[in-house]
Ligand binder design. Structure first.
Ligand SMILES: [Zn+2]
Ligand SMILES: [Zn+2]
Length: 355
C-alpha cells in the first residue's frame, strides 16, 4: 500500500490560525496575526549629531569627516538613522518633517510605511535631534599648536633661491590639497614661514612630511634626513616630533659655471657630479663638481640684450645697462641676427651669452 505524501495531505486540508481561528495562509499564524505579533519597526527617541564649530567636520562613531552640508540638509538623514526595520519588511518608505526648536535641538516627525507579509503597515514616530559641538581632532591640534613634523628646506653652502622657495611651497600645497581630498584629515599644513636660512613648513602628520621632502628632492635635487625628537607622552604612548631636513645641492639647474676656460650651463645635479652643457663648445658632458672653477649666475635670471650686428664668429651685443656695444664670441649653438634679443649673464665686466 502506497503512503500519501504529507504535502498532498495538507493541500486537501483547510489550515486554521491557532490565534484567531480564521483560515490561515500559513502552517501557523495567519498573516494578520503575524503582523500583530511582530515589532516591525523601532525608532530611537533621540539621535545626536556632533560637528566641529571651527571647520564644520562631522563626527561619526570616533571618526571625523569633512563635510560642507548644512543642518537643514543633514536633519532628514539623521532622523532616518533612528529607524530600525524588521528584516521581513518590504518596500519601506520614511517621510520626514523637521521642526527646529533651538540651536541645538530639532524635532523630527517620521511617517513610516512598508509591507509586511503582504499587508501594508504604517507608523508615526517622533525623534529628537541633538546638535552637539565638539572641536575636531584637526582643529584641536592646530589651536593647541600640536604638530607632528617640521619640514626645513635649506641649501648646501648657500641660501635657497626664490625659485626653490616657491617651488618647495607649491609642492607642499599641492600635496596637502590631494591628501585632504583623499580624506587624510591630519595631513594638513599649519604654518609656512620663510626664515633667514630657507623655508619652514609645519605639518600635521608624518605622512605629509615625508611626501613633501620626497617631492622637493625629486624636483630640485639634494637629500633629506629625518630627525625624530621625543617630546612627551600621550595616552601612554611616546610622542615624537620629526624634523625633515632637506639639503638642496650647491649647484642648481641652469646655473652657469666656469669650467676651465669654458662657460657651461648645469643641466642635471647628482651627488658630487653635474651634467653640463658646455656653452663654448656647444655639447653636453658630465663632470665632477670639483672641476668647476666658480659659478657666475643662473640662466633663469638672465637679462635680455639687443643684438646690434653679427659678423663672422662675433656678435655685437648692446649692454642694456651701459648702452655700450660689447663683442662676444658667437657660440656654436646660437642662431641670431641684428635686431633680435639674446640672453646674457655678467661675469665681472664680461657678458656671457646663455641659452
Ligand atoms: Zn490569525
Ligand atoms: Zn574642526
Amino acid at each position: 500500500m502506497a503512503e500519501q505524501e504529507p504535502s498532498a495531505l495538507k493541500n486537501i486540508q483547510q489550515r486554521f490560525c491557532p490565534k484567531c481561528g480564521k483560515p490561515s495562509e500559513n502552517d501557523g499564524l495567519c498573516n494578520q496575526c503575524r503582523v500583530k505579533n511582530t515589532e516591525w519597526v523601532t525608532c530611537d527617541r533621540r539621535v545626536t549629531h556632533i560637528h566641529c564649530p571651527s571647520c564644520g567636520a562631522a563626527k561619526q562613531v570616533n571618526t571625523w569627516t569633512d563635510t560642507d552640508r548644512e543642518r537643514a540638509d543633514l536633519a532628514p538623514e539623521l532622523a532616518r538613522s533612528a529607524v530600525h526595520f524588521h528584516p521581513d519588511v518590504k518596500r519601506s518608505s520614511i517621510a520626514v518633517t523637521v521642526l527646529d526648536l533651538s540651536v541645538n535641538r530639532s524635532r523630527a516627525t517620521l511617517m513610516i510605511k512598508g509591507t509586511l507579509y503582504g499587508l501594508p503597515v504604517e507608523k508615526e514616530c517622533t525623534v529628537e535631534l541633538a546638535w552637539h559641538k565638539e572641536q575636531c581632532d584637526r582643529c584641536n591640534r592646530i589651536t593647541g599648536s600640536y604638530y607632528e613634523g617640521l619640514v626645513q628646506v635649506r641649501a648646501e653652502d648657500r641660501l635657497p633661491s626664490p625659485f626653490e622657495i616657491q617651488t618647495a611651497g607649491t609642492i607642499a600645497t599641492h600635496l596637502e590639497d590631494s591628501l585632504q581630498a583623499g580624506g587624510e584629515r591630519l595631513s594638513y599644513i599649519s604654518d609656512v614661514t620663510e626664515t633667514k636660512d630657507g623655508l619652514d613648513i609645519t605639518v600635521g602628520s608624518q605622512h605629509i612630511g615625508l611626501l613633501i621632502v620626497q617631492g622637493i628632492t625629486a624636483q630640485l635635487g639634494g637629500r633629506y634626513t629625518t630627525h625624530p625628537k621625543l617630546v612627551g607622552e600621550k595616552n601612554g604612548r611616546q610622542l615624537f616630533r620629526i624634523t625633515y631636513l632637506v639639503r638642496l645641492p650647491y649647484y642648481q639647474r641652469h646655473d652657469v659655471v666656469l669650467v676651465g676656460k669654458n662657460y657651461a650651463e648645469v643641466e642635471q645635479v647628482e651627488t658630487r657630479r653635474v651634467r653640463i652643457f658646455d656653452l663654448t663648445e656647444g655639447r653636453g658632458r658630465s663632470i665632477n663638481t670639483d672641476m668647476v672653477t666658480r659659478r657666475i649666475g643662473n640662466a633663469r635670471l638672465a637679462e635680455q640684450a639687443l643684438v646690434a650686428y653679427v659678423t663672422g664668429d662675433m656678435v655685437g651685443v648692446l649692454d642694456p645697462v651701459t648702452c655700450a656695444t660689447t663683442e662676444c664670441r658667437k657660440m656654436p649653438w646660437l642662431e641670431t641676427k641684428a635686431g633680435e634679443y639674446v640672453h646674457i649673464l655678467r661675469d665681472g665686466a664680461r657678458l656671457v651669452l646663455v641659452r
